[in-house]
Design a binder for this molecule. Structure first.
Ligand SMILES: Cc1cc2nc3c(=O)[nH]c(=O)nc-3n(C[C@H](O)[C@H](O)[C@H](O)COP(=O)(O)OP(=O)(O)OC[C@H]3O[C@@H](n4cnc5c(N)ncnc54)[C@H](O)[C@@H]3O)c2cc1C
Length: 413
């Protein structure tokens, strides 16, 4: 949607009339923007606050992605987005953590703003029509749909990734890109939940852990992320898992099973924990070990039995019977709690998918294909993946805007 709008704005700036430059947006759903509507739990975390340098450092952890997105993000930044939305009557607010949302708290307002812009730009929107093939010819692109073929001298592929396929993103654009000579980095899960075996017991599902450190290791590498976690019926979810899910999936793809552990007390060293335990034990050896664990805000009651089991300590154990070795095991269980073995990271359940059209084959200054002239890409169909916090949508707005401007620039008055 943003690519189509930017193409029109750029063409108009160059004096090209709307009649001489027609823009057609083909959408398979009844309405464009299905994924935007469900983003941010229906509230749409539309972008992230801060300057572009911060945005890149916080939002895109791989240097190749930062290099690729740099131009697009400077060309159409989070500030440009907020100004444009404001012009469409959608005010935005910044949360304490830098996440930006529409003030109304409704993702539908963002979709409405996009539709308003499309209308303003005189873009012809054809819905409920799925593109099924693209043929790259000298004269232009033959775009085959379920009800006929259109020919376009310039084409922007903005078909998204492969997660949440019911929203329309089933990876068709990857086949189109392949047909136009592009290499595709195989899609893999990102910002996804993790399934564990054994799956957490039902009494644990819904229990959240606040501000803990999740660690992942395997294949000689290790990654950590501090944030919130949620136990689900199948495993783990929440920001910390989302952030590491791409690394977990990478380790699995290379044939290993990653080890996942949780530091439930990230601000407390093992030495401090030992001191706390000794102090507590000196208060009376008849006190239960489990009562001590209740003192920690980050240790939910539902987890206490499991922590004791990992430490090899009975639930009725009292401090008086606890030797140094058992204390060490308890400290280990609190600092390295193992929630289970990783079974899978589901590709379709991620907020985004990594992989896609190889970034080396797309000009980062224009979003034009290096394989096929006048073909452009934008959004999640490209091989980048942002963190949780509004970065993925910002990357889609920015690459979309740049692709549109580039496609609109090559039209002559
Ligand atoms: C549950 C969920 C929550 C999210 N929350 C956030 C958030 O709060 N903040 C954030 O930054 N990101 C969030 N994201 C990620 C973000 O929504 C996506 O990264 C972003 O929408 C990608 O934009 P896109 O335009 O590239 O693709 P999409 O938004 O997926 O759009 C692609 C469009 O192409 C259409 N299409 C695909 N194939 C065809 C075809 N063959 N013919 C015709 N039309 C086709 C689809 O129907 C779809 O409308 C969330 C994602 C999910 C799944």
């Amino acid at each position: 949607m943003f690519a189509a709008v930017a193409a029109r704005f750029r063409a108009r700036e160059q004096g090209v009339t709307d009649r001489d430059f027609q823009i057609l947006l083909i959408e398979r759903n009844r309405r464009p923007g299905a994924k935007i509507s469900i983003s941010g739990g229906g509230k749409c975390n539309v972008t992230h606050d801060g300057d572009v340098r911060e945005l890149m450092a916080k939002g895109f952890l791989r240097a190749s992605e930062q290099r690729f997105l740099r131009h697009a993000l400077y060309n159409f930044s989070n500030t440009d987005l907020r100004d444009l939305l404001c012009r469409c009557g959608v005010d935005t607010v910044v949360r304490e953590d830098g996440h930006v949302f529409p003030s109304s708290g409704s993702a539908d307002d963002i979709v409405r703003a996009c539709l308003q812009l499309l209308n303003e730009a005189g873009v012809r929107v054809v819905t409920q029509r799925r593109v099924i093939g693209i043929v790259c010819r000298k004269s232009g692109f033959a775009v085959q749909t379920s009800s006929g073929t259109s020919v376009a001298p310039r084409l922007i592929i903005a078909t998204g990734g492969v997660s949440y396929p019911h929203t329309g993103s089933t990876g068709d654009g990857l086949d189109f890109a392949r047909a136009c000579g592009h290499s595709i980095v195989p899609p893999s899960p990102a910002l996804a939940p993790v399934f564990l075996e054994p799956a957490p017991r039902s009494e644990l599902a819904g229990v959240s852990l606040r501000d803990v450190v999740l660690g992942v290791s395997g294949e000689g590498e290790s990654h950590v992320f501090r944030g919130d976690l949620l136990f689900t019926h199948k495993g783990l979810s929440g920001p910390a898992v989302f952030s590491l899910s791409r690394d977990i999936a990478d380790i699995m793809r290379r044939g290993s099973r990653p080890h996942v552990s949780i530091d439930l007390l990230p601000d407390c060293s093992v030495q401090e924990l030992e001191a706390h335990m000794l102090r507590y034990a000196s208060g009376g050896g008849g006190r239960y070990v489990r009562t001590f664990l209740r003192e920690y805000r980050t240790v939910p009651a539902a987890l206490i039995g499991r922590i004791l089991r990992q430490a090899g300590i009975g639930t009725e154990e009292k401090w008086g019977n606890l030797g140094k070795k058992a204390r060490r095991s308890l400290q280990e269980a609190l600092k390295n709690y193992c929630p289970g073995r990783v079974q899978a990271v589901p590709l379709d359940a991620g907020e985004v998918s990594a992989g896609g059209v190889s970034l080396d084959e797309v000009n980062a200054k224009t979003m034009e294909s290096r394989r096929c002239c006048r073909l452009f890409f934008c959004g999640e169909v490209l091989d980048y993946c942002g963190e949780v916090g509004g970065f993925n949508l910002q990357a889609a707005w920015s690459t979309g805007w740049l692709a549109g401007q580039s496609a609109g620039s090559s039209v002559s008055a």
